[in-house]
Design a protein around this ligand. Structure first.
Ligand SMILES: [Zn+2]
Length: 382
């Protein structure tokens, strides 16, 4: 499917989902598309059982009105978020996002992806059952790793494993339904895209500060990846401010080596484990309690991210940037360093143009984004 048509299909379905009920004429106006284009795409969506068109009784004079809405009997979608500590959150919704099942279970902590697809598949079967899984249209899965889409080839940068794992194909084979795997930043970007300015003249950019650091670039609501489908690996841009700090990817001087949760823990002399969230909270609380060494680490983390974001602004001049941190303590402690370095490193004529917001992470963001991934893929192959 050509990119414009894919984006139009995505736009039309999302408009129907968000409006609940809409006419073809209204759709054409809202989406800014020709009536004929809208009619073609609506016909496809009806054939695919995603959308229904009903006749409303005429009010007074005039023809009866035809209204489009999401098919309530249409397929369900599963959104799956996999945390490196082995926690799996899953949400099953209809196309409108109405949840019908929410579940959480744990598999063994996995920093090394090899064993992960079979374990995740077993866990999903155990949690919701083969029969129910088989009723799903597809699942979307978020992983903390570099991913080549649309094939869902996963590169486990955290474990330094060089070989790609065909995780998506492995899940499909085991579960017997379509699976779509993407990088965590691309997942959260999809979740946030409708809360950000929709502009056609520049990208909107979502940056994630979690165990690693990621970025999602969106143009007109569509996720932009690189050649061969690689997601942006923003955490591994090299910075003078990061010096020779070794990174878990094997190189040194990476943004993630000083600013990510794993980077901060390594610099504090800790070996991160599946307890990384509580390890991080302890480090942050030391900084809040006035521990100078811990405070300095967070200040440097903020400066590194400020420098990296300034470089991105200088190179790409995005329209809007959202920074989502796994813990609000990260932004509380790193923000002063971030602001100072951002100002210092941004080309003056570009400074202050792109609004930058700090947002907090919630598991909801992940699973909603994974569901949005499935919807996007419907348009890519449809
Ligand atoms: Zn690195």
């Amino acid at each position: 499917v050509e990119p414009t048509r894919r984006a139009n299909r995505q736009r039309i379905l999302e408009t129907i989902i968000r409006r609940e009920s809409v006419s073809r004429t209204e759709l054409a106006r809202i989406a800014g598309l020709a009536q004929a284009t809208v009619s073609d795409i609506v016909a496809e969506l009806i054939v695919d059982r995603l959308v229904l068109e009903d006749r409303l009784p005429a009010s007074g004079r005039g023809r009866p009105r035809m209204r489009l809405h999401v098919n309530p009997q249409g397929p369900s979608i599963g959104g799956v978020f996999l945390s490196p500590d082995g926690q799996v959150d899953m949400l099953v919704t209809d196309l409108r996002g109405e949840p019908s099942l929410e579940t959480r279970f744990h598999i063994a902590p996995c920093f090394d992806g090899r064993a992960l697809a079979p374990q995740l598949a077993e866990g999903l079967v155990a949690a919701i059952g083969e029969a129910r899984l088989a009723t799903l249209l597809a699942i979307g899965v978020s992983v903390n790793a570099a991913v080549q889409t649309p094939a869902g080839l996963v590169h486990w940068t955290l474990s330094g494993d060089a070989e790609a794992e065909p995780m998506q194909a492995m899940l499909e084979q085991r579960l017997g339904i379509a699976a779509h795997v993407d990088n965590v930043a691309n997942i959260i970007g999809r979740s946030l895209r409708w809360t950000m300015a929709e502009r056609s003249d520049g990208e909107t950019c979502v940056i994630i500060v979690g165990p690693g650091i990621g970025m999602c670039r969106l143009q007109g609501g569509v996720v932009q990846n690189g050649a061969d489908g690689f997601n942006p690996e923003f955490g591994h841009v090299k910075l003078g401010a990061a010096g020779e700090t070794p990174c878990y990817c094997g190189a040194s001087g990476c943004l993630a080596a000083v600013a990510s949760i794993f980077g901060l823990l390594s610099q504090a002399g800790q070996r991160w484990s599946e307890q990384f969230a509580s390890q991080f909270d302890q480090l942050a609380n030391r900084a809040l309690g006035g521990d100078e060494r811990a405070r300095a680490l967070f200040h440097r983390a903020g400066r590194a991210l400020g420098s990296a974001v300034a470089n991105h602004i200088n190179a790409c001049s995005p329209a809007e940037i959202a920074i989502v941190s796994m813990s609000s303590l990260w932004s509380d402690l790193a923000r002063a360093g971030f602001e100072a370095q951002l100002r210092a490193d941004t080309l003056p004529l570009l400074h202050g143009r792109a609004p930058i917001s700090f947002r907090s992470f919630s598991p909801e963001l992940y699973v909603r984004g994974a569901i949005a991934l499935v919807l996007d893929r419907l348009h890519e192959t449809g």
